[in-house]
Design a protein around this ligand. Structure first.
Ligand code: SAH
Ligand code: SF4
Length: 359
């Protein structure tokens, strides 16, 4: 953050903007007009706000910043998935993904540059944490994706499943969701948002009290404490059973369920005994299970199980009456699939150091 830098329009809620406008001696309605330019009309500069008087635009340019992540690369997969590499104001890079027709249009958004959690099968985890994203950078990915895909006026879903651990950047993530929810802007309802987390228990409890509650996806990946500790390091602090207990007390609206994501690693967590333990663990929770066969990559010391092993695992769950789906990886040819988001460079601390500082 720049010291004494002017406020960034990209971060401001409508209420913040109204306060700013009034303090600047401008009429209150200007706030709504500017906000709509940002969040409904896809403006990326004050100059683009064509119905504002020229002198007002000059004043805004002088007194506010307005940052929008710039598209450095836009890659399209054979299956229609698009991965955007975005450059931020400090030249850091993040990735976000458009996944069409699943069945809705879905944007997969990042919350951090890198990630401190260090999951053993995840390329983003290998980067360590470079920094948290700001409110404007999290919400800004949605502006950029909606404009790039022509969906500014359409319904879409958001999954916080890009780079980073959203509950480790809690306040900015929640403020970004509030900004996206504003009726004067994109009016994105929380039921169209899914927050995926490794399960930081105190933050899960905090989330449980939020007025704007997204759908919850828990990245579980294991059925014993030891097994999870080996592949998801934060387990040492927040154990598997503590996470399950937090899920049991999580308030769910009538029709909603918690999704449990389970990356299948050949010979590690994909046995039929694991499947049976998973059924037991989730007993009594309104759950659905999303099996994700590993997206293998150089530097990831695991293998993807054979399709037959994935099917057998899924059948054990289904036979016990669980809702189970197998995530068909989208965009693997452009490295846009789960766990494949990584932008090289910028690594500053060891994984152990970043995790210790994060928890
Ligand atoms: N940090 C959050 C959200 C980002 S990761 C979380 O972990 O939930 C989004 C999903 O991608 C998680 O379920 C994660 O476990 C999964 N994932 C990570 N690396 C993967 C890989 N190599 N193959 C398949 N899925 C992976
Ligand atoms: Fe971080 Fe999620 Fe990757 Fe784990 S799987 S390292 S929590 S981004």
């Amino acid at each position: 953050m720049l010291r004494d830098a002017p406020p960034d329009l990209a971060d401001l809620s409508l209420r913040d903007l109204e306060s700013w406008v009034i303090a600047a001696g401008l009429p209150r309605f200007r706030a709504r007009q500017i906000f709509r330019w940002v969040w409904k009309r896809g403006a990326t500069s004050f100059d683009g706000m064509s119905d504002l008087p020229r002198d007002l635009r000059a004043r805004l340019t002088a007194e506010l910043r307005f940052s929008t992540p710039a598209i450095e690369r836009d890659e399209q997969s054979v299956d229609g998935t698009r991965k955007l590499v975005l450059v931020l104001a400090d030249r850091r890079r993040i990735e976000c993904v458009y996944i069409p027709d699943t069945p809705a249009q879905t944007f997969c958004v990042s919350t951090q540059v890198g990630c401190a959690m260090g999951c053993a099968f995840c390329l983003t985890g290998k980067m360590g944490l470079v920094r948290h994203l700001t409110v404007g950078e999290i919400a800004g990915q949605v502006r950029v994706l909606a404009a790039a895909t022509g969906l500014l006026d359409s319904a879409f879903n958001i999954v916080l499943m890009g780079m980073g651990e959203p509950l480790h950047n809690y306040d900015a993530t929640m403020q970004a969701l509030a900004l996206l929810n504003d009726a004067e802007g994109l009016a994105l309802p929380p039921k169209r948002v899914t927050l995926s987390t490794v399960g930081l228990v105190p933050m899960l409890d905090k989330l449980a009290a939020e007025p704007l509650m997204p759908n919850l996806a828990i990245s579980l990946h294991a059925t014993t404490e030891a097994q999870r500790e080996a592949i998801v390091p934060p387990t040492k602090k927040y154990g598997l059973h503590a996470i399950i207990e937090a899920c049991r007390r999580f308030p769910l609206s009538k029709r909603s369920r918690i999704t449990f994501e389970y990356v299948l690693l050949a010979g590690v967590n994909d046995s039929l005994a694991d499947a049976r333990r998973l059924v037991k663990l989730l007993d009594g929770i309104r759950a659905k299970v999303n099996l994700i066969p590993l997206n293998a990559a150089a530097g990831i010391p695991f293998d993807r199980p054979a399709d037959a092993a994935v099917d057998a695992f899924a059948r054990v769950l289904a036979a016990k009456g669980m809702t189970v789906s197998v995530r068909r990886s989208r965009g693997r040819d452009i490295r846009a699939a789960c766990g494949q988001l990584i932008v090289e460079g910028g690594r500053t601390r060891s994984a152990a150091q970043t995790l210790a500082a994060a928890l």
